[in-house]
Write a protein that binds this ligand. Structure first.
Ligand code: IPM
Ligand code: MN
Length: 474
């Protein structure tokens, strides 16, 4: 093999994208544009290569005798660009095809592979909306502080399955094992796309839950934060959210129903049945409760314990363990609330909450409700902490219905970067700056498409514009 250059070639679709992306990838990556498709069918007879000119199908550009084999050519105006890409590839150890994630982007990547015949490892890379903005924020923090981040990209989720046959490929596991922290973008597929993937390789079951299990990220922090000046985004009456909302949902993330044994079958009467096991042992409960109490100590020392002990035995044990743990935190006032009642209270009086602690499924549901309280799940970042490793992700999915339109709200992704800086790297001040920058951008009267604009006075901005404004403030 050729000598190692330590350089990667990244091919995107347009020169404008190449410029933006190269700014945040740094010098180890050469970013070039394919400028759309590098190959095409001949536009007419004059484009057909000499050796085919005599064929009677030549004017069609498709060999109708050979199973309709297309005759792809490099159009004259693309020759120079293709040469440039070939030359750049000679200098690279790794090729990333980073064309768009739509079908056309896939096709462009395929043609690039066919024509460049790379002998170095090739990866398909998609710069998801919102992730791009989050990375730009991280790069800006790097510029303005004395730390530097060694960013590695790894395929994960649906696209990883299509490209590597696994939603959580071995290579990605290795990269994650070596990382100090993991920033994860949204990974879900649309209902339609999911059907093309075996159930166990679908992104949630095939990638996300295994990631949580691998690093035992049992403590999920989901801040529910809407400062006073942004309270217009909440669908609730101003008097309910007046003064702003600021509490933390602590969700147990690797136990309970989501990770319990599952069984599906047919019973003696020929009826389909399912069985899913909800299991917790006292250590698992104790460790998440400690996280809840510690968070309460750092806030105003009130902890809401969310449970369902009038029905579930798991909640009975949970509350028992809580009483034991509480002895270690005499300053914390514990308030017990049934989960169904909590759902109501969150809307009636969200300002009463400071820290809420709960098991996995309760936390999944209430944290989405909290997104509704703020006005959008786009305002919900999160941190998933394990004993040795943490990963950070928005609490929402990939919203396939709005993908690619530049209208996704990058707040939760950028907020996840802020949480990473604070929790994994002890960079509290930098994290604060990011929160403040995001608050100020919205505070100046801008809005993203997911958020309400009750008086019709806000100015809508795109995903990229929001990101750029945040970076501008750092
Ligand atoms: C979340 C998500 C996940 C969960 C899904 C995607 C498996 O909804 O992080 O809240 O249920 O935990
Ligand atoms: Mn959820």
């Amino acid at each position: 093999m050729a000598k190692s250059t330590g350089k990667s070639l990244v091919i995107v679709e347009s020169p404008a994208k190449a410029r933006t992306i190269s700014k945040f990838l740094g010098p180890a990556y050469q970013v070039e544009a394919s400028i759309g498709h590098v190959r095409d069918l001949p536009a007419g007879k004059k484009d057909v290569p000499e050796k085919y000119k005599a064929e009677d199908w030549a004017y069609l550009g498709v060999d109708i005798d050979q199973d309709f084999q297309p005759l792809y050519i490099v159009p004259t105006d693309k020759k120079k660009q293709v040469k440039k890409l070939k030359d750049a590839l000679k200098e690279a150890d790794h090729l990333y095809l980073a064309t768009d994630e739509d079908r056309e982007g896939e096709a462009i990547s395929w043609h690039l592979r066919e024509i460049l015949k790379p002998r170095v490892p090739v990866d398909r890379l998609v710069f998801h909306e919102i992730t791009k903005e989050a990375i730009a924020v991280l790069k800006k923090i790097e510029e303005t502080s004395d730390v530097s981040f060694d960013l590695r990209y790894a395929p994960f989720g649906g696209q990883a399955y299509f490209d590597h046959g696994s939603a959580f490929p071995e290579e990605t596991k290795k990269i994650c094992d070596e990382a100090d922290a993991i920033l994860k973008g949204p990974i879900g597929l649309s209902f339609e796309e999911s059907k093309n993937i075996p159930v166990d390789e679908q992104p949630e079951r095939g990638a996300l839950l295994p990631l949580r299990r691998r690093y035992n990220t049992f403590a999920n922090f989901r801040p529910v934060y809407l400062p006073e000046e942004l309270s217009h985004f909440s669908p609730l009456k101003p008097r309910v959210v007046e003064g702003g909302v600021d509490f933390m949902i602590i969700r147990e993330l690797v136990g309970g129903l989501y990770f319990g044994e599952k069984e599906r079958g047919e019973n003696a009467d020929g009826k389909r049945y399912v069985k899913e096991v909800l299991e917790y042992d006292e250590d698992q409960i104790r460790q998440i409760l400690h996280v809840g109490f510690q968070e309460a100590m750092g806030r105003n020392k009130v902890l809401h314990n969310i449970h369902k002990n009038n029905v579930l035995k798991s909640s009975v044990l949970w509350c028992e363990v809580l009483d034991e743990v509480a002895i270690e935190y005499p300053e914390v006032e514990v308030k017990h609330l049934l989960v169904d009642a909590a759902a109501t209270h969150m809307f009636l009086n969200p300002r009463q909450f400071s820290v809420m602690v709960m098991e996995n499924m309760f936390g999944d549901i209430l944290s989405d409700e909290a997104g509704g309280l703020l006005g959008s799940l786009g305002l919900m970042p999160s941190a998933c902490m394990g004993p040795d490793k943490a990963y950070y992700e928005p609490s929402h999915g990939s919203a396939p219905d709005i993908a690619g339109q530049g209208i996704a709200n990058p707040y939760s992704m950028i907020g996840s970067v802020a949480m990473m800086l604070e929790k994994s790297f002890g960079m509290k001040d930098e994290a604060r700056k990011i929160w403040d920058a995001m608050r100020d951008v919205f505070g100046e009267g801008y809005t993203t498409a997911d958020l309400r604009d009750p008086e019709g006075k806000l100015q809508p901005i795109t995903t990229a514009e929001f990101g750029a404004k945040v970076v501008g403030k750092l």
